[in-house]
Design a protein around this ligand. Structure first.
Ligand code: ATP
Ligand code: LTN
Length: 358
């Protein structure tokens, strides 16, 4: 495994201050997900969204559907609109509660694009060129056809995080480099213009940082890289999902043991099983001792079906009532904007922009 669990509690650069009698203000988390598919996949859920749900209980949580990021690759406008609502509906179905967190759409808060411009001007061309996700995605399209937006994608993500003075950013392992860039740019800005931004930390849980493709456990489960049989979409027919789990690639021996290097397929299934049920890996190894892969896969298929069936129903309920959904997003954007506007105005002032007179 490549990553470390986030150390807790986080040490904020700007620790929130409280009066003697007031309760300590909560740390802030922020994260985002792209509306670029018709369904979240299991990697999105286990690697990120599940943590978002948990963190809304303990943190001041901001979560957004990042449609500005989505258009760094070509999107059909009608699909983008549909997928944006769909992403919000899935986040609510997964357990986000608009009373406990701020849920919004990135393009509803114009400050993201405004701060991104400032941060673009602090980012080295070479520094941006080293972002591995840009290299991967641009290589897929043919480097010459990649947009400048794709190149500067990570800098927009930096602006997303810094606008909210987030202490922690719950994401999967593939996002670590972008959080590192955020830290570097925040330090650079603070060093050059005076203390302005909180330095955020990645919040990446070791166990679920990277969920692998069920057919090729050497690559991460991803909407773009995975084979259809290796990708579990949460909104797919539960029967199809069960079938994919049952035909997951394992290995030629039959021992159910967690060993990410030598037995990546089985280990991936154990991780998924353990996270969805709360049963420890060691307990699962014991439970399936001498039973073979068939039994493990059959049980996991059932667990998956039990998980996705109500998830699909709840998502559909939100989609059936777009007015309520849009009003949740409108309230979220209003709350988000209040925070973002304050940070942006400070940053503009520090950079030396002349205040606009109203
Ligand atoms: P892409 O096809 O562009 O790679 P994706 O499937 O990785 O997309 P994103 O919308 O980019 O999906 O990711 C949303 C969140 O899900 C991020 O925090 C990301 O780190 C996390 N995530 C995505 N795939 C996995 C995975 N296989 N394991 C763990 N976390 C993941
Ligand atoms: N690049 C992220 C999505 C994202 C994000 C953010 C995550 C955009 N802005 C801010 C955390 C914080 C991805 O998951 N692909």
């Amino acid at each position: 495994m490549v990553c470390m669990a986030s150390d807790r509690p986080p040490v904020a650069h700007h620790r929130p201050q409280a009066g003697r009698s007031a309760p300590l203000p909560k740390f802030r988390v922020l994260s985002g997900i792209q509306p670029t598919a018709g369904s979240f996949h299991l990697g999105n859920y286990l690697g990120a969204v599940r943590q978002w749900v948990a963190l809304q209980e303990s943190h001041d949580a901001f979560y957004m559907v990042v449609d500005l990021h989505a258009i760094t690759l070509p999107q059909n406008p009608a699909d983008l609109r549909t997928n944006t609502r769909l992403a919000a509906a899935q986040l609510l179905a997964a357990g986000l509660d608009p009373e406990r967190c701020t849920l919004f759409v990135q393009s509803h808060v114009p400050e993201h694009a405004q701060l991104a411009w400032v941060m673009n001007c602090l980012t080295g061309f070479g520094e941006a060129s080293r972002m591995t996700q840009f290299k991967d995605k641009s290589a897929k399209q043919g480097a010459d056809r990649a947009s400048v937006g794709l190149f500067t994608y990570p800098v927009l993500q930096v602006a997303d995080i810094l606008l909210y003075q987030a202490n922690e950013v719950p994401v999967g392992e593939d996002q670590r480099q972008h959080i590192e860039l955020t830290r570097d740019l925040a330090e650079r800005f603070n060093g050059r213009f005076g203390e302005t931004f909180t330095i955020p930390k990645p919040y990446i849980l070791r166990e679920t940082a990277k969920i692998y493709d069920l057919q090729d456990p050497s690559i991460k489960m991803s909407k773009s890289a995975s084979t259809p049989k290796g990708l579990i979409n949460l909104l797919d027919e539960p029967k199809a999902t069960a079938k994919k789990v049952k035909s997951a690639v394992t290995d030629t021996d039959t021992v159910i043991r967690f060993d990410a290097e030598r037995k990546p397929g089985v280990s991936n299934l154990l991780t998924i099983y353990s996270t969805l049920t709360g049963e420890g890996i060691a307990d699962l190894e014991q439970k399936y001792e001498g039973k073979g892969y068939g039994a493990l896969k059959t049980d996991l298929a059932e667990i998956m079906v039990e998980f996705v069936t109500p998830f699909r129903e709840r998502t559909q309920q939100y989609l059936d009532d777009p007015e309520t959904l849009d009003s949740i997003l409108a309230k979220g954007a209003e709350k988000a904007r209040a925070v973002a506007a304050e940070t942006l105005s400070q940053a503009y002032d520090r950079v030396g922009f002349l205040p606009a007179k109203h």
